[in-house]
Design a binder for this molecule. Structure first.
Ligand SMILES: [Zn+2]
Length: 345
């Protein structure tokens, strides 16, 4: 067992090689798939039953990931079919191959309702040019026109990373108990990173599949999306972190979507809460003068907006600003140039 500098401990010495599985609990297997983005991998989970398999998350829709799934199917399924595919949330590294897997196996897709319906809207939306309101959202943030032009050109590229979703699914709700083989998994809904993200908690084994809600070394992205510009996802995320401290034992094994499985969930939750509160405090102090979203970005992330980080950067900065507007610590004014500026109330 290795202990990290942040006080977490990591019980597994090895990570699965591409196409391989590591058993992390009875009938619970860890798979790692490559991602074609700066975050270079995602962890997926396979749950074995007497008569089939449940997959949790799917990887992005790339030829590499499909080939690795085919390799796993031909060597590790013990002649049993995939019966269901559970997707923790709508981001394409989790959802990308859900449609392909469900069609290939005739399996059932299981998601929360908001994640499923939002996915279908987004997959449809990225087939065409971005809505004018989406471009306006980034323009009001103070993003330069040259970056916006590139954003418009690249808008459809994301559609390469997701396969079409089936037109029906099975809804998962908070506290629902899923019997998967001999194990019972309780669905825990959390908010903030995405609107209705699910975690799966096996109380008898004291293991939780955490999706992106709790990652050992990086903080999940908390973003406002252009389709709900006044949302306050950071409030929801912090509330979910507090609630998880009450719902989980201190010694639960966390299976995160990125990084290594770890113990120390209460420490990690408190670290994330503290980190966000510090970021909010720094931001509030910086807004003693009116500041646009683009101007506050270096305070939060120590870098400038570019085409590669623009969507996440603006989304995350607005999430922080909206939090402080909701708590009445900041006020926002739209200038004659159409750019929103925030300052201390
Ligand atoms: Zn995510």
């Amino acid at each position: 067992m290795k202990t990290g500098s942040n006080g977490l401990s990591y019980p597994f010495d090895n990570r699965p090689n591409p196409g391989e599985l590591i058993e992390v609990g009875p009938g619970i297997f860890w798979v790692r798939m490559p991602l074609p983005i700066s975050l270079n991998h995602i962890n997926l989970w396979m749950l074995e039953e007497q008569d089939g398999w449940t997959l949790v998350d799917t990887g992005m829709a790339t030829e590499d990931t499909k080939a690795l799934w085919e390799e796993i199917f031909s060597t590790h399924l013990n002649s049993k079919p995939v019966k269901q595919v559970i997707v923790t949330h709508m981001h394409f590294d989790h959802l990308g191959l859900a449609g392909w897997l469900v069609e290939k196996w005739g399996a059932t897709l299981c998601m929360s309702r908001t994640e499923y319906l939002s996915s279908r809207v987004i997959i449809n939306e990225i087939k065409s040019d971005p809505p004018e309101a989406t471009v306006a959202f980034f323009r009001a943030a103070g993003v330069e026109e040259s970056i916006l032009d590139e954003f418009k050109v690249r808008f459809n590229n994301r559609s390469d990373f997701v396969s079409p979703l089936p037109s029906h699914y099975k809804r998962l709700t908070d506290n629902q108990v899923l019997q998967i083989g001999s194990l019972q998994w309780t669905v825990i809904i959390v908010e903030g990173h995405s609107p209705e993200h699910i975690c799966l908690h096996c109380k008898s084994l004291n293991i939780m599949i955490a999706g992106d809600q709790i990652l050992p070394r990086i903080s999940p992205n908390i973003s406002v999306r252009p389709d709900e510009p006044r949302a306050n996802p950071l409030h929801n995320f912090l509330r979910s972190c507090e609630s998880l401290k009450n719902r989980l034992n201190k010694d639960v094994l966390i299976l995160p979507s990125h990084g290594d499985p770890f113990y120390g969930v209460h420490l990690r939750l408190q670290d994330m809460i503290n980190e966000h509160k510090k970021g909010l405090q720094d931001l509030l102090e910086f807004c003693s003068q009116p500041r646009s979203v683009a101007e506050v970005f270096p305070i939060l992330f120590k870098s400038k907006i570019n085409i590669g980080n623009m969507v996440i950067a603006v989304g995350e900065a607005v999430a922080n600003l909206n939090y402080l507007v909701s708590s009445k610590e900041l006020v926002v004014d739209i200038g004659s140039d159409g750019i929103a500026r925030y300052k201390q109330a």
